[in-house]
Ligand binder design. Structure first.
Ligand SMILES: [Zn+2]
Length: 90
């Protein structure tokens, strides 16, 4: 069966990254998006759960509700920083 664990924080970040990037109006290419996700995850506590696929969505839904505000705040900060100095220049 193998080991089953996921970082719910990462899932919530992935759920919200497109919306926040679109709202901030910065570059949304994959390089910038990757930078935004990495920066955001480095500034948020990880939230790992050990679960198989069936239980994951239930845990994720309830965790997403409580974490969303923090995630959106961290994403907004990351988007502004990455937009200021994109790795590929302007
Ligand atoms: Zn870019």
């Amino acid at each position: 069966m193998g080991l089953e664990y996921r970082n719910l924080m990462e899932e919530v970040v992935l759920q919200n990254v497109d919306t926040v990037m679109a709202a901030e109006g910065g570059c949304t290419c994959d390089a910038c998006k990757s930078d935004v996700i990495a920066y955001t995850l480095n500034h948020l506590p990880a939230h790992y759960v050990a679960t198989r696929q069936g239980g994951l969505m239930v845990k994720l839904e309830s965790y997403a509700l409580q974490a969303r505000a923090d995630v959106v705040a961290a994403l907004s900060e990351a988007v502004v920083l990455v937009a200021k100095s994109p790795r590929h220049g302007r």
